[in-house]
Design a protein around this ligand. Structure first.
Ligand SMILES: Cc1cc2nc3c(=O)[nH]c(=O)nc-3n(C[C@H](O)[C@H](O)[C@H](O)COP(=O)(O)O)c2cc1C
Length: 117
C-alpha cells in the first residue's frame, strides 16, 4: 500500500486506541479465524475486545475493511466486525477472508478495495 502513496500505521489489537482510529482515513481490522465448539468461528479475543472497547461510538461513515486469514473455513468469523462497524456508523467497504497460505491474494484484494475509494 505504501507504493500507492498511503501512510500505513500498523497497530496490535491489544494496544490500538480509539484516538488512533479517529485519526485515520481508512481503518483495516484484521484477525485470524478462531473456531470454538460452542461459539463457531470468531475473531480473536483481542480483536473482539478492540471492537467492543476501542472502536469509537460514532465512526462518522469512516471507511472500514475487515479481513481474516484461516486454515480450513472462515464461516462467519468476520460477522462481529460487520456488526460493530455498522452499529457505530462506519462505512463497511468489504469483508475479505483468505487462506493463511494465500497472503498475496489477500493483499491484492485489499489493495483493489482501497483503489475504489
Ligand atoms: C485456537 C485456534 C483456533 C482456530 N480455529 C480455526 C477455525 O475454526 N477455522 C479455520 O479455518 N482456521 C482456524 N484456525 C487457524 C487460523 O485461522 C490460522 O492459523 C490463522 O488465520 C493465522 O494464520 P497463521 O497461522 O499464518 O498466523 C485456528 C487457529 C487457532 C490457533
Amino acid at each position: 500500500m505504501k507504493s500507492l502513496n498511503h501512510d500505513v500505521i500498523v497497530k496490535n489489537a491489544l494496544t490500538a486506541k480509539a484516538e488512533q482510529v479517529s485519526d485515520c482515513d481508512l481503518l483495516l481490522v484484521g484477525t485470524p479465524v478462531h473456531g470454538y465448539i460452542l461459539f463457531g468461528q470468531r475473531p480473536t479475543k483481542e480483536v473482539r475486545e478492540f471492537l467492543e472497547q476501542q472502536l469509537p461510538q460514532d465512526l462518522g461513515e469512516k471507511p472500514v475493511i475487515g479481513f481474516a486469514t484461516y486454515l480450513f473455513f472462515p464461516a462467519g468469523a468476520l460477522n462481529p466486525v460487520k456488526k460493530a462497524v455498522e452499529a457505530r456508523n462506519g462505512k463497511l467497504l468489504d469483508l475479505i477472508a483468505e487462506r493463511r497460505t494465500k497472503k498475496k491474494a489477500l493483499m491484492d484484494k485489499i489493495i483493489a478495495c482501497v483503489d475504489q475509494i
